[in-house]
Design a binder for this molecule. Structure first.
Ligand code: BDR
Ligand code: CA
Length: 310
């Protein structure tokens, strides 16, 4: 599968880059502001690629959401976005500062291209505004974001959607079908101390980095929630794109709440059978694929094995 990974590294994004490079033909990485600012997310993507020896171009994308103030994820991801990992001096540089043009041009020039977005959807929305036909040129569009009736940054909103709800609304409406790998499924694939030890035993710069970022994430979950395991959302989303047979999904209209005082950024999945029937009757009505469940052990193993190849 030829893949562009749009990301905001970010602890779990760092692991996701490795998993994507292992199981897909990762032809490009684009960055977006999200967990931390765009300078950091771009730098972090370059660092991950450098430490893992990946030959992949990295294009800098949007610095702010379409509307409203940026949501900061550094409480979870640390000031740098990569926890307390010790990072080498950067020897790489970004391929361009126009991720949106890169996505649009590549979608038209590369057959069977899949776009996987694991950060706020700002770049994808801007790409759709620039090229309203973008979706027709993609073989698939998968996101890590949202959830049906479940949130993390608020009771009902997930971070990536809440960080740019206007962009997410554009994407769900204008780029159907979107495969939503949301908290319903990503919360179920969790990692603990023994997994971190196994990754660290890989003994390479990349496995050292991966162990460090998962450990930092787990420490936050221990500190804030008292949990002894942690989801690595973005890595699970990569496997949903590369190993779709391991995931259960169903089709539903999904819309993004933009105005609710308590619900801004909620992905409202209409699970009523009649709603799907109505949407399917109107060729232009967007219908998404909501991913619910997976073979948790198989996906955990895929992620660990992927990381250990670097
Ligand atoms: C998502 O939010 C970010 O903090 C993570 O990188 C992931 O993409 C999980 O809600
Ligand atoms: Ca992310």
């Amino acid at each position: 599968m030829k893949l562009i990974l749009d990301c905001d590294p970010g602890l779990d994004d760092a692991v996701a880059i490795l998993v994507a490079a292992r199981y897909a033909d990762l032809i490009g990485v684009t960055t977006v502001a999200g967990n931390v600012g765009i300078n950091r997310t771009t730098r972090n993507a370059l660092v991950v690629a450098q430490m893992a020896g990946l030959d992949v171009p990295i294009h800098r994308g949007a610095a702010r959401p379409l509307a409203g103030a940026a949501v900061d994820g550094s409480r979870i991801h640390g000031e740098t976005g990569l926890g307390n990992a010790v990072l080498p001096d950067l020897t790489r540089s970004e391929a361009s500062d126009d991720a949106v043009a890169y996505i649009c041009d590549t979608a038209r020039s590369v057959d069977d291209l899949h776009l996987l977005a694991i950060g706020p959807l700002t770049n994808v929305a801007l790409a759709l505004q620039r090229d309203p036909d973008l979706r027709r040129h993609l073989a698939g569009l998968t996101i890590m974001g949202g959830g049906a009736h479940i949130g993390n940054i608020t009771p009902v909103a997930e971070f990536n959607i809440r960080a740019d709800p206007e962009a997410a609304a554009v994407v769900f409406e204008k780029a159907a079908p979107v495969t939503m790998v949301g908290l319903d499924v990503t919360n179920k694939v969790v990692f603990g101390d023994s997994d971190i030890a196994r990754i660290r035993a890989g003994g390479t710069p990349a496995t050292g980095l991966a162990a460090s970022v998962v450990e930092y994430l787990l420490d936050r979950f221990r500190e804030y929630l008292g949990h002894s395991t942690v989801p690595v959302h973005d890595a699970t989303a990569v496997t949903a794109a590369t190993h779709p047979h391991l995931f259960e999904r169903s089709r539903h209209p999904v819309a993004v709440e933009l105005r609710g005082e308590l619900t801004r950024g909620m992905t409202v999945a209409d699970l009523r059978p009649a709603a799907l029937a109505r949407a399917l009757d109107q060729p232009s009505a967007p219908v998404s694929n909501v991913v619910w469940r997976t073979d948790v052990d198989a996906v955990r193993e895929l992620i660990l094995e992927a990381v250990l190849t670097f």
